[in-house]
Design a protein around this ligand. Structure first.
Ligand SMILES: Cc1cc2nc3c(=O)[nH]c(=O)nc-3n(C[C@H](O)[C@H](O)[C@H](O)COP(=O)(O)O)c2cc1C
Length: 203
């Protein structure tokens, strides 16, 4: 059975949020095109600064062996280890400037993150999992995919059906798959009055 790691919440949250986590084990099962399209559609309806939708993606599915291998080659070694069985990989990009005015958009990465968060929750609703990665080789991505100036490689995202411990290549990865999920308490980062002073709302 795939491992469930529901969030141990201090306050009630929606079940889709509670169930989401970032597994490394993927089942050897392709993701249906309609489900993949729904994930992207969920992201498409994310909020973004001035509705700039400053996101872009390159997608590779495992049935395209060459394309998939090329994208794998753009991940750091630590991520390649567990990603090998993921049926879908994506690279995300952020446009750094507002399209019309050409001035910097300070929230470009933030908006791509909103897209990814929407996808992550849609994935849970569809019985899928996603795992986002900062461990990418940005310069290789720029060269490999002829990324135009003004776009910044942001993350890689592995998508698929959750697998079992046996789907992982070694004990280190199996230990990570089983490790407890932890979070700081709200009081550590929700402030009132001055930055650093815990808000009475959460204190
Ligand atoms: C922007 C971003 C970058 C991440 N980079 C990596 C990564 O390179 N490799 C990895 O294994 N996990 C990566 N993760 C997954 C995080 O480690 C994970 O989300 C975090 O530990 C919380 O665990 P949870 O998602 O299971 O709640 C990344 C997540 C995000 C949102």
């Amino acid at each position: 059975m795939p491992i469930a790691k529901p969030a141990d919440t201090a306050h009630p949250i929606h079940p889709l949020l509670r169930e989401r986590w970032s597994p490394r084990a993927f089942a050897m099962k392709a993701v249906e095109r309609e489900k993949l399209l729904s994930l992207l559609e969920a992201g498409r309806w994310a909020a973004s600064c001035a509705n700039e939708q400053s996101w872009a993606f390159v997608v590779a599915t495992a049935d395209d062996h060459a394309g998939f291998a090329t994208m794998m080659g753009c991940l750091t070694a630590g991520n390649q280890v567990w990603c090998a069985h993921a049926p879908v990989l994506m690279l995300s990009f952020a446009r750094t400037h507002f399209a019309a005015r050409g001035v910097p958009n300070r929230h470009h990465m933030h908006d791509v993150g909103q897209f990814a968060a929407n996808m992550a929750i849609q994935a849970v609703a569809q019985g899928l999992v996603i795992h986002q990665m900062a461990g990418i080789v940005a310069d290789r991505i720029r060269e490999t995919y002829a990324v135009p100036d003004g776009y910044e490689p942001c993350t890689a995202i592995a998508i698929g059906y959750h697998g079992e411990l046996a789907d992982l290549p070694n004990d280190e990865q199996r230990a990570k798959e089983q490790a407890a999920r932890t979070r700081k308490p709200l009081g550590d980062f929700v402030f009132g009055g001055k930055f650093g002073d815990t808000s009475p709302l959460v204190g």
